[in-house]
Design a protein around this ligand. Structure first.
Ligand code: C2E
Ligand code: SIN
Ligand code: SIN
Ligand code: FE
Ligand code: FE
Length: 414
């Protein structure tokens, strides 16, 4: 995989193909994952990390490593993806030094650095994991206007024989072009995420339970459950990536329709009466109407999820068969016969599980958080009743990732 000297044109062609790939993605996490994967393909690196600038520090944005987490190669995630870890933005670390100077840095052996250098290689990751870092290519990710967005570190180049080798010096000249496109993609992904979070904050003004953390978790759970489901179904990796990216965003918006429900019901600190709950059920329809003027895949998915995330696999959910595109206020309009099984869109079946898992695990004005074993018991019992059994199975297959997500997006109160 490693490119030798004199292969500049081949690298440029690869970079252009990669830029196309990045431009097809919407969510910032999916973009970071793709950037790292593509940079490793371009350079033959065994491992890599992206740090992003956040609140004046360098935050671990994405990591993958073929040796330690070999599944990273086929695009599956490891729980490490969701781990939080930050470095100060100063010149003492290698990554910090590159951030400050804005220049790429090529190192053949991380353990043979002169002690006179202002920065040192941090061995703690190697010591904790038993991994042995040798060659390093560390480069800044800067926006077109020169603004620092992050740092990418590529680790352990491999020669054509698959054995460790230094990075080709020509890469230091070509990769900044790639990094600039990467910066543009990250900026675009952040704008999308920001737009979604803005819609969520609007809903949050009304419903205190719809916090930013709750929607981030539901989005991440849904994306990872889908990934697990799709690997089992042998869905092509390209499709998985595209769908996972859209699903993460759409699942975050599952409850935006709550903005259409009155405060008296939404903020009631007790259990709802039958009538109140009947009104509350309309949040599904209100949400779907927000995405009515469907222009593309994402709107379609947002609509499916908003409308169908309270349907139940064996029936008995809501809103069921209904003319949800009508202009009239729904007062007096009855909800229809519930959908069942695969008539419920897959994305909604997945989001249903993600939403209930998160609602039960969290504090609500009307309930305390449940302990994990009680939550998992309920989900197991409801397999084939409330939930699609295959979705439940996909969920149980990735409990380590689910827990890592919960730890990454804690509720501000708890
Ligand atoms: P939510 O709080 O986001 O809850 C989402 C779903 O999680 C609920 O859908 C339900 O399937 C499940 N869930 C939440 N809490 C519990 C619980 O204590 N026990 C069990 N077995 N399941 C639970 P559901 O029931 O259709 O409710 C939709 C939304 O209506 C809820 O969203 C919440 O905003 C509101 N809501 C439901 N029940 C009450 C209530 O008693 N009081 C108030 N104030 N709001 C309620
Ligand atoms: C994000 O941009 O992913 C939200 C904030 C965070 O990850 O901590
Ligand atoms: C992340 O999603 O964790 C990093 C990107 C960002 O903070 O916008
Ligand atoms: Fe809901
Ligand atoms: Fe919810």
């Amino acid at each position: 995989m490693t490119r030798g000297e004199g292969c500049g044109d081949a690298i440029l062609t690869d970079i252009l193909r990669t830029v196309d790939e990045l431009n097809g993605l919407k969510d910032v996490d999916a973009i970071l994952e793709a950037i790292l994967l593509e940079a490793r393909k371009l350079t033959g690196a065994d491992a890599g990390t992206i740090f992003v600038v956040r609140d004046g520090r360098l935050a671990f944005g994405y990591v993958n490593n073929d040796t330690l987490f070999p599944e990273g190669r086929d695009g599956s995630v490891s729980p490490e993806v969701y781990q939080s870890y930050t470095l100060p933005l100063d010149g003492t670390s290698l990554v910090g030094h590159v951030a400050l100077t804005g220049q790429p840095l090529l190192i053949d052996d991380a353990y043979a650095l002169s002690p006179d250098l202002p920065y040192r290689f941090n061995k703690s990751f190697d010591e904790q994991t038993g991994y042995r870092t040798r060659s390093l290519l560390t480069l800044p990710i800067k926006s077109i206007d020169g603004h620092l967005m992050g740092v990418m570190q590529l680790i352990n180049a491999r020669g054509p024989d698959g054995l460790p080798a230094p990075f080709a010096p020509s890469l230091a000249a070509y990769l900044p072009i790639f990094a600039q496109h990467a910066a543009a993609a990250i900026e675009r992904g952040r704008m999308t995420r920001e737009l979604v979070l803005r819609m969520v904050r609007m809903a949050e003004l009304r419903d205190p339970s719809e916090t930013g953390a709750h929607v981030q978790r539901v989005g991440a759970y849904a994306a990872e459950i889908y990934h697990s489901w799709a690997l089992k179904r042998k869905v092509p990796l390209k499709t998985i990536k595209r769908q996972k990216d859209l699903l993460r965003i759409a699942a975050m918006l599952h409850d935006v329709g709550k903005v259409g429900v009155s405060d008296a019901i939404l903020k009631k600190p007790e259990r709802l009466t039958g009538d109140e709950f009947a009104t509350m059920q309309w949040h599904t329809v209100y949400g779907a109407r927000l995405f009515d003027t469907s222009l593309g895949d994402l709107d379609e998915l947002c609509r499916d999820i908003a409308l169908r995330h309270h349907e139940r696999w064996a029936g008995g959910g809501y809103p069921g068969q209904i003319d949800d595109r009508g202009e009239d206020p729904p007062d007096g309009v009855r909800l229809g016969e519930a959908l069942t099984g695969e008539a419920i869109p897959l994305a909604a079946r997945i989001t249903a599980l993600a939403d209930v898992y998160d609602a039960l695990s969290s504090r609500r004005t009307y309930k305390n958080p449940w302990p994990e074993d009680r939550v998992l018991d309920l989900i197991r019992r409801e397999s084939g009743r409330h939930f699609d059994p295959e979705v439940v199975e996909a969920f149980f297959a990735i409990q380590d990732i689910i827990r890592a997500i919960r730890a990454r997006y804690p509720d501000p109160m708890d």
